[in-house]
Design a protein around this ligand. Structure first.
Ligand code: SF4
Length: 174
């Protein structure tokens, strides 16, 4: 079997795993469609109660410029959609590990929203669960709305408590 056919089979398996683990949708995307913008970090800084409270949020996370440089090192990624933040944040580190162990040594995951694995985040020291905590896409300056829409996923601004939310996670593959 050629290397490219093996690769396609691997990517399909990663998508299948994300779906089996509870994702509403998952898709292989081109990493070049992941958009990073300076305004995203400002939305975290002004208007989000999570700012400066979790190691997975600004100001502890990479800037949009740093993230854009990192994303530029990749060709493919898996974008994961769910209607619950927790589902995304449970899948991402496990999928990242699975992809890494399959030989894709650059695998790198991003979750959704602040990390609530600990009641009080260890912000003055190290993360207490580095194997499970991943920074949110938006916390690293990724425009989640654009990235989701350009890849065919639905996402709208949530305007009421009754509206179902759309949440996304990302694993950069290779
Ligand atoms: S696992 Fe705990 S210490 Fe690490 S980012 Fe999450 S809340 Fe903070």
């Amino acid at each position: 079997m050629s290397r490219s056919r093996v690769h396609q089979a691997d990517l399909k398996r990663f998508v299948k795993l994300a779906l089996e683990w509870g994702a509403h949708g998952a898709r292989v995307i081109r990493a070049s469609t992941v958009r990073c913008e300076p305004w995203v970090r400002l939305k975290c800084q002004f208007g989000c109660g999570g700012y400066n409270k979790r190691l997975t949020c600004p100001p502890f996370t990479p800037t949009p410029e740093e993230t854009a440089k990192a994303v530029a090192c990749y060709k493919r990624a898996i974008l994961i959609h769910a209607h619950d933040n927790d589902v995304i944040n449970e899948i991402v580190p496990v999928l990242e590990r699975e992809i890494f162990l399959a030989g894709y040594y650059k695998a790198l995951g991003f979750g959704s929203g602040p990390c609530y694995l600990c009641e009080r985040c260890n912000i003055n020291r190290r993360c207490k669960h580095p194997e499970d905590a991943r920074p949110a896409m938006e916390a690293c300056g990724i425009d989640v709305f654009h990235t989701a829409r350009v890849n065919g996923f639905p996402i709208e601004v949530v305007t009421s408590a009754h509206q179902q939310g759309d949440y996304f996670g990302l694993v950069l593959v290779d």
